[in-house]
Structure formats: structure tokens, C-alpha cells
Design a binder for this molecule. Structure first.
Ligand code: NDP
Length: 449
């Protein structure tokens, strides 16, 4: 039997056009995975019989709701809220909540789809999900953020729970928002449960969750460089973003002896030829925590260069770590990086490279690692937070750091096992196939209703 998506669709394009119309980011994510897993499905009768691919490219459930909330001035505003419960074959749905004006169903479906593979790669029992709202928190007061979080949870609470779906943070949803969301859940349901991860320590959080994604990116980077007989020490790193992932990636990179020469935000980027250090990073953390603050004042304070309205892809460096948002690194940026001698692109954000940028890296001698493998450290530590909440215990920071290192090493090993050809590791292929097999095997074993 030859693999086809359904009796009525002989191409993936036709299928996505019908069932995911107007969802370009989702198409991009599916196409990228499909290329690698089609041969795996073609060679496996059980996968074909169970129609795993078609079941995998349709979310199990999408919950859509309105979020009505009140501004400080007393006006009532309405935003759109979503939770995409993508695939629960290997565990309760797990994935972040994003508050950003660009949030829509396509973005959340692509993120939920990627999350399914990422969570499987960690080796922990977590299904894939993602949620959020097109709410723009910039310039909003603390009280407005709290009211929005209350309203969001009012609509979401009946769809989540420790054995159902355990959301976490993502863009613009950090410790403060998780606190408000958790408080709202507890007040509405009367239950103190591990229903969200990324919580603060006093009510069940994990000591390393804030740093985990960025630290994990650098642990993964370390394995990549070692596999190429190279090391981070003395390398110049180009990092984009100035949020949770970017800052903690930069922090660990400095600790490992790398020289971080850039950070960016939605207004532009800074180039610091001397490299960032812990003092400069502490300043960025405090400064960017202020609502609407841009990186521009960094340049004056530390004698760096500020370039408004651009990303840092024209810089010269060895290791490139896009850590801001999806599709931030396009074909032109990829060509500039290639021309300037970049050797490694390791994604801290989810799908920050466009399909065309990935083609540039694939055709060149650049080692490319996708976000679903490199940034899995965040959800891995969230998985550990779930287990510690179930046990009503808390693990210490060193224990969690050791587990995080082990998990990133395990992910690197899975990519190597599934992605090596002619002595070269194709990290995208390795991650896609390793994640897919785990989810597909669980789907086959569980049958259909
Ligand atoms: P934050 O909200 O903490 O930071 C996001 C950063 O990206 C900010 O500096 C923001 O700039 C910048 N940014 C957002 N949109 C754009 C844009 N359109 N153009 C340029 N810059 C932009 O988010 P995180 O650091 O948590 O997340 C970053 C990425 O990592 C996302 O893709 C997320 O899905 C992914 N990720 C996050 C995990 C986590 O644990 N937090 C786990 C795994 C993946 P500004 O400050 O101006 O808004």
C-alpha cells in the first residue's frame, strides 16, 4: 500500500488547502516535517494502516473563546483566546500560552504541531498543545494584565487540569502572568493543582524553569560543537531576541566562554563588539521587564551600536542563535550569515528560520539545529515540575540542572541516531523522525474509537 493522506487527496498541498486553509505558518511546519517522515511511513505498514499522518496533522481539539476584560479607564475590550490540544497520545497536552497581537489559529496550530514532536523528544510523558490570545500587553498596567489573565482563565479553566492539559508560559507570558493565571484557576475551581508550569517557587515552581530553555539551548549547542570536534570557548555568538530565551541563552553562552555580540527586540538590535557579560545581562533583564522598553538605551550605556528596525543577521559570528520569534530569519539574512562565515545555526525560538532560509543552510556547509530539538529544555523542566507537583515535593536546582543536561544529551543522541547519513548529522531530520516514531507508535497501540 502506498502512503497517501486520504482517498480524496493525492498531495499534501491539496489536503492542507482544504483542511487548513489560510494557515501559512501551519503549512510551513507540516511541510518541513512531512519531507522527513514520508519515507518512514512508506516503510511501515502499521503507520499506514492506522493513518497516523492524517491523524497527526489535525489537532485533536481546538477551543476558541472570547476574552472580555476591562481597562483601567473602565472600557470593555474583547480579545480572542485559543487552546489547541494537538496530540495527547503520549501524555496530557503540554505547551505554552502566548499573548501577542500576531496570535491566530495558524500560529497556534504550528506551535502545537511542533510541540508534539518536541515533547516526545524529551522522553517525558507529555502530549503537544499550545494556546494564547491576540491581546497586546505592551503599555498595559499591572492591574490590566491581571484582569486579562482572570478573564482568560475564566474561559479556559474547564478544559485544563493535571491529567488533561497543563499550559506554561511563552511570549509575553512569564512568571507574573503564570501567577495571575494560577490564582484565577484556584479561585474559580477551588483546587490547588499543578495545572500550570512556570510557577514561582512558593507555590510549586521548579527552581530552574525560568532559565531552562536558554540553558538547554546552550547544552545542546555544546553537544553539536563537540560532535564537530569544536568548542564554544572563544566563539562569537549572534543572538536575536531580548526575552526569556535570548537572555538565558546569552547567560549560559558567556559562562561557557563564548562572546555574545548581539541581542535584539521588535525595534532593532544592538551590536556589542566587546561582548556581553553578566553585568550587562542583568541590566537588560531589569530594563526589558519595564513595559514597552526597547534595547536602544543599551547602546549609550555600554558603548555599543544600535540599529533600529533590523535583525542582527548582517553581523559576523560563528554561532547564530535566533531566539525571538517565528520566521525572523529569512533567505536574505541566511545568505548574509553564510557570506560572513557563520558555521552553526541553532534555533532558540520556535521555527525562527523561514523555509527559504533553511534551504540556504542545507545547500551550504552550515550545521542547522531546529528549535523543536534545541529549545526543548524549557518543556523538559516543565515536565519535571509536573512530576514534583504530583509528588508534592520540590527538587533542588542542581538536581534539575543535571536532569536538564541529561535530557539535552539524550535529544542530541536521538538526532544523531535518526539523522546521520554519510557521517553528517541532519538535526532536522533526526528530530522529526525520532519525535514522530514515539508519537506514532503510541497512536498505533491505542487504536481508534
Ligand atoms: P519573550 O516574550 O520573553 O521574548 C520575546 C522576544 O522576541 C522579545 O525580545 C521580543 O521583542 C522579541 N520579538 C517578539 N516578536 C518579534 C518580532 N515580530 N520581531 C522581532 N522581535 C520580536 O518570549 P520567549 O523568550 O519566551 O520566547 C521566544 C521564542 O522562544 C518564541 O518563539 C517561543 O515560542 C520560543 N520558546 C520559548 C520557551 C520558553 O520557555 N519561554 C520554550 C520554547 C520555545 P520585544 O521585547 O520588543 O517585544
Amino acid at each position: 500500500m502506498s502512503f497517501s493522506l486520504s482517498p480524496n487527496h493525492d498531495s499534501l498541498e491539496a489536503y492542507l488547502k482544504q483542511f487548513a486553509a489560510g494557515e501559512p505558518e501551519f503549512h510551513q511546519a507540516v511541510n518541513e516535517v512531512m519531507e522527513d517522515i514520508k519515507p518512514v511511513i512508506d516503510n511501515n505498514e502499521a503507520y499506514k494502516q492506522a493513518n497516523v499522518f492524517e491523524r497527526l496533522v489535525n489537532p485533536e481539539r481546538i477551543i476558541k473563546f472570547q476574552v472580555p476584560w476591562q481597562t483601567d479607564a473602565g472600557d470593555i475590550r474583547v480579545n480572542r483566546g485559543y487552546r489547541v490540544q494537538f496530540n495527547g497520545a503520549i501524555g496530557p497536552y503540554k505547551g505554552g500560552i502566548r499573548f501577542h497581537p500576531t496570535v491566530n489559529q495558524s500560529i497556534l496550530k504550528f506551535l502545537g504541531f511542533e510541540q508534539t514532536f518536541k515533547n516526545a523528544l524529551t522522553g517525558l510523558p507529555m502530549g503537544g498543545g499550545k494556546g494564547g490570545s491576540d491581546f497586546d500587553p505592551s503599555g498595559r498596567s499591572d492591574a490590566e494584565i491581571m484582569r486579562f489573565c482572570n478573564a482568560f482563565m475564566q474561559a479556559l479553566h474547564s478544559h485544563i487540569g493535571p491529567d488533561i492539559d497543563v499550559p506554561a508560559g511563552d511570549i509575553n507570558v512569564g512568571a507574573r502572568e503564570i501567577g495571575y493565571l494560577f490564582g484565577a484557576y484556584r479561585r474559580i475551581t477551588g483546587r490547588f493543582q499543578g495545572v500550570l508550569t512556570g510557577k514561582a517557587l512558593p507555590y510549586g515552581g521548579s527552581p530552574l524553569r525560568t532559565e531552562a530553555t536558554g540553558y538547554g539551548v546552550m547544552y545542546f549547542a555544546q553537544h553539536i560543537l563537540e560532535a564537530h570536534d569544536d568548542s564554544i570557548d572563544g566563539k562569537a555568538l549572534i543572538i536575536s531576541g531580548a526575552g526569556n530565551v535570548a537572555i538565558h541563552t546569552a547567560e549560559k553562552a558567556c559562562e561557557m566562554g563564548g562572546k555574545v555580540i548581539s541581542l535584539s527586540d521588535s525595534s532593532g538590535f544592538i551590536y556589542d563588539a566587546d561582548g556581553l557579560d553578566s553585568e550587562k545581562l542583568d541590566w537588560v533583564k531589569t530594563h526589558k521587564a519595564k513595559s514597552g522598553a526597547t534595547l536602544e538605551p543599551y547602546a549609550k550605556k555600554f558603548g555599543a551600536k544600535w540599529t533600529p528596525g533590523k535583525a542582527p543577521w548582517g553581523l559576523t559570528g560563528d554561532i547564530v542563535l535566533p531566539c525571538a520569534t517565528q520566521n525572523e530569519l529569512d533567505e536574505e539574512g541566511a545568505k548574509q550569515l553564510l557570506k560572513n562565515g557563520a558555521k552553526y545555526v541553532i534555533e532558540g525560538a520556535n521555527m525562527p528560520s523561514t523555509a527559504d532560509a533553511k534551504s540556504v543552510f542545507a545547500d551550504a556547509d552550515i550545521v542547522f539545529a531546529p528549535g523543536k530539538a534545541a529549545n526543548a529544555g524549557g518543556v523538559a523542566v516543565s515536565g519535571l515540575e509536573i512530576s514534583q507537583n504530583r509528588k508534592r515535593q520540590s527538587d533542588d536546582r542542581d538536581e534539575i540542572d543535571a536532569r536538564l543536561r541529561e535530557i539535552m544529551e539524550h535529544i542530541h543522541e536521538s538526532c544523531r541516531e535518526e539523522g546521520t547519513r554519510d557521517g553528517k548529522i541532519n538535526y532536522s531530520k533526526g528530530a522529526n523522525i525520532a519525535g514522530f516514531r514515539k508519537v506514532a507508535d503510541a497512536m498505533v497501540a491505542q487504536g481508534v474509537g
